[in-house]
Design a protein around this ligand. Sequence first.
Ligand code: ZN
Length: 366
Amino acid sequence: MWQSLADNVTQPIAVFASKGPVKGVELAQLVLRAILLLEDAGLQVLGLTCDGASTNKTMCKTFGISGIQSEFNNSFDNPFDESRKVFVFFDAPHIIKNIRNRLVQNKQLKDSLEKFFGIIRQASGPNDHPSTPTFIQLYRLLSVYSLVKPPKTGNCSLSGDSDYIPYISIGDLKDAMKENSTQIRDAKILTLRHHIDQVIEEGLWDVDDIFRNNDFADAETFECVVYYVAGYLAKCVSKKTSCSACLSGIKNTDNHSNTQAAKLLNLKSRGYLTHPDSNFFMLLKQIEKCFVKHKDSQNVFDDTVDEFFNNNYLVPFPCAIHKEDMVEFIFTSYIAMRMRQYAYMTNHETKSTNKVKKKIAKLVSK
Ligand SMILES: [Zn+2]
């Protein structure tokens, strides 16, 4: 294989099939011939590289290459033009391997290295050939973990009360703040504080394990979230058209609203987000309700659309000319977006179940 020094170009130049390893001397002959042919074709050969196989070493010896200090030589004369030299490099991984082997020959170092590897292999449980990332992870774990704690990434867990998770929900936080009696409030805050302390001290849980978002379903939150999404969709949909009648049915012309529903958008906006038109917002609220009803159906899309029209929901849209196209586009965009997002959430939720299933599968297949 020929490779350019300055450009990102590589080109295989010859392949030889052989039964068993080719002798070093023969390799040297082949290399010389390859250099002559390349030079003849107008290329300048400056270097030669190969891995540390013993035949390759013999080849290099044939060229007079030597790493011994007293007779050090890393090049030979170019057979095409003797005023130039061809330098020989062994590839970097083999050089590193050589250095390691030299180090390991040192008896004292060898013992402690072996001990350390032994500990790491022991620590990784049934997987006694840890890969590089696992190795680094284990090294860090061993450096900071106390003895009685099982590694979080290992495929074993504490039995007994390991199902316990110190949940914290937004409702708990709200609850604690709303409480009028100082005594009860302090008690609630203390419980939360205890949970947080536990999370930090035990270090066994992720953010997703602790914060539960199952209390986002109240009407106010629903309105705020749909309003926010409606604003986003209004921006996307309005890019599709330049018809001013259509646009007036999608975007809020003042781009301003102080309603309860607009709260989230106003909080996040800093003046840059799009406010949806009130009819557009209403339309999306209706689609969302239909979607939620059929989110687990095999035909989410068709069922959502059917649900919508079976309910005879109104579709207020100011532009009679483009109404059909635009409404269709709004439907497809919204439902597609929701399907993506819902699938993402569901996948996220099933991840932990899958983890358990994988473990069981492993046990069964072995
Ligand atoms: Zn229009």
